[in-house]
Design a binder for this molecule. Sequence first.
Ligand code: NI
Length: 374
Amino acid sequence: MADLEELFRWLHRHPELAFEEAGATARVRELLTQAGLAVQDGGLPTGLIAQVEGALPGPTVALRCDMDALPIQEQTGLPYASETPGCMHACGHDFHTAVMTGAALRLQDMRNEIYGRVKILFQPAEEVATGAQRMIDTGLTDADCYIGIHSYPAEDPGWLGIKEGPVMAAIDRFQVTLTGRGCHGAQPHKGTDPIPALAALVSALQTVVSRNADPFAPCLLSVTHVESGSTWNVIPEVALLEGTIRTLNAGDRAMMRRRFHEVTEGTAAAYGVKAAIEWFSGPPAVVNDAALCRLARKVALRCGYRVGRQEDTLGGEDFSLYLDKAPGIFIRVGTGGGYPGHHPRFSVNPAAIAPAADYFAQLAIACGQSSADE
Ligand code: NI
């Protein structure tokens, strides 16, 4: 059996950004093919799909991890810190890759106990939210259920977060350009100032959350970037604003989008400026299947894990794209370290790797067995 901690440290030392995960892909491919696993890349430059064919008839279960790092300068001071300036595994995707490599190797050893088959999806480019779609487009990712993993620094190794229902949010992004007519700062009446329109719009948009959304349903709208003008005595021609909307279900998502357009267009009209809206739809919410949660809990207790509930978040994950056609579960694994994801001091306790590899292998087998039994 490969040394998973050694693999993890290697991955951590050699982080690669989205769609550049060639080193990690080669390393994982080598370990898996050496162990006799079937590996395909579906024509993708990075990422791969491994498959373990079980001895017993049954469904297809998919384990999924992501491989990419972030454009962050590491400050952990670890002996195996990133050797690439400005690039770091600050979200634990090196941990995910090591765990799922270990799970794949264990499953290969347990082929005789597997009902159906297990696909292990090593996905590129999760951080830019486009890798899952690229994987799905290969046509190789079809499965009857999907199991995803994420590190969880707020808990130590030995802890799993398993929660039914929505666990990650749908992510939408907007950009608005308000166009008026520029003029001298002393003669506002000779132009149309887009800045009061922008200021009004930033405030008005918050009423979508406070007045249109159900107070018991988390909906978020953040304006995170505004820009206008260049000096003190000129009224500018344009004002820009961008931000994000986060929701947990399709109804709220559609409502937020509709009200965003109405409020933006109405405010622009009231201030006599033109609004051009650009809308970028991200992945939908990740919703954990209840039956899979029960099974995942059962297997967790059998493997000696403490099971808890992760803190709610409106972060996003393109794991949701796999769940379009089949149920799935996204599980948090306690990795310690103390610093949150995307922080330059984020770290993973390597003690979490081997038990998690065992757990995900056991869970994949249990999923196959339970649907074979039905
Ligand atoms: Ni992540």
